[in-house]
Design a protein around this ligand. Sequence first.
Ligand SMILES: [Zn+2]
Length: 197
Amino acid sequence: MVLATSSLDSPIVSFLKQDRLLREGHFCYRSGRHSAALLDRDRLLADPAAASRMGYALAKSFFTAKIDTVAAPSIWGAGLAQWVAYFLEPRAKVVYSTPLPDGSRHIAENLHDLIVDKRILLIDNLLLSGDTIQRFDSDITSLGGEVLGIGCLWSGSDEEINGHQVLGLLNSRYPAYLPDDCPLCESGDATIETVPY
Ligand SMILES: [Zn+2]
C-alpha cells in the first residue's frame, strides 16, 4: 500500500470558494457523514485551470508509486484522471468504465492490456458512499491490475477501501465525520443542510 498525503494549497481553495464550487457550512451527506464543506459535484471540474491544479496535487501524492495506469469509474473521474495521468512521471495511461443500460459498468476489452499486470491508481472526483469505487476496485483487481491507491477531491467514505488508503485532497481541511464525532453538532449548530448525494 502506498501512503500518500497531500492537500490543496490555499489559492485553489479560495478559487473554489469564490466560484461557489465549495461552500462552507454544516452538511449531512447521504452516507450519513457530516462535513463543513459541500462541493458542487457537477461543476467541480468544469474549469480546466482548476481541474489541472487539482490533478497535479493528486499526481504529486503518487509521484513515487510508479503508476502505469490511472483508472476512473465515472465520467467525472475520467476528466480528473486525464490530468493526474498527464502530470505523473513518466506519464500514465487512462482507462475508465462506461455505463451499460442496466446500470452496471463495463471496461472495454481493448483497454484490458492497460490493466493486466499494471500498477493502477484509482481516481474519482468525489467518494460518497464508496460503493462505486469499491466495485470498480474489484473489477480492476479481477482483471489482473494491482491497485496502489485511491485518490479523489473529497471523500465522505471510509479512510480505507478494500485495503487501499483513500486520499481526499480536501479531507485534511474538511474531514467527513460520523454524526457522533461531528464537532459542528457538538457545538450545537442545528442548521444542518441535507445533501441529496
Ligand atoms: Zn454534524
